[in-house]
Design a protein around this ligand. Structure first.
Ligand code: ZN
Length: 194
């Protein structure tokens, strides 16, 4: 851009031709081209940089681009650290004895869990029947300790007890027969009709 001088040529947007054309520089203000004459139509007008050939914006944006690149690389480094920390945490645990996740089992903090959907994770918190497990991509809250015997035992014995109970006692309904005895006695005591 320092090569521009009055009388030289420069590509510029011609206001009459509506095209990017070769122009002759008529006047300059410092290093900036101020006025040009179109080599095609011969008209002279204020200088307009050809689209995409802008000098000053490109030089300033290249410097900002450099600073942006350095800051983004720092952010990338941070993201990598997070991933590594999960791997490192998992590596410090007993992955060889990873347990297959089952809501019936009961887990403790730091236990390594193998989940069929979420993969390998480790227990970070236990809250009653809920357990927080950190997997590679996310932390999930899952249930545990649901394998208690009380849920199964009542399902078996009570039905058997009830099935035998009523069958042993078909008699109570016959207690309604005594009225038949009194009616029989009534027959004997009805001579008034004859
Ligand atoms: Zn022109």
């Amino acid at each position: 851009m320092a090569t521009h001088k009055v009388g030289g040529e420069v590509d510029a947007q011609c206001t009459r031709c509506k095209l990017t054309l070769a122009h002759t520089i008529l006047a300059m203000v410092g290093t900036k081209i101020a006025r040009v004459r179109c080599n095609t139509c011969g008209g002279d007008h204020a200088y307009r940089a050809a689209p995409g050939v802008t000098d000053r914006p490109s030089s300033s944006s290249s410097s900002s681009r450099a600073s942006r690149a350095s800051s983004s690389s720092a952010a990338t480094t941070k993201a990598e650290k997070i991933i590594i920390s999960f791997e490192e945490q998992l590596a410090g645990k007993d992955t060889a004895n990873a347990l297959k996740y089952s809501p019936k089992d009961t887990y403790q903090v730091d236990q390594v869990i193998q989940h069929p959907t979420f993969g390998t994770g480790f227990v970070t918190a236990v809250r009653g029947d809920k357990v927080d497990i950190t997997f590679r991509t996310e932390t999930k809250t899952l249930v545990h300790g649901r394998g208690g015997a009380p849920a199964e035992k009542p399902a078996f014995s009570p039905p058997n007890a009830r099935a035998t109970g009523p069958a042993d006692k078909p008699l109570p309904p016959q207690a309604s027969e005594p009225p038949a005895d009194s009616s029989a006695g009534g027959e004997g005591a009805a001579p008034t009709e004859g």
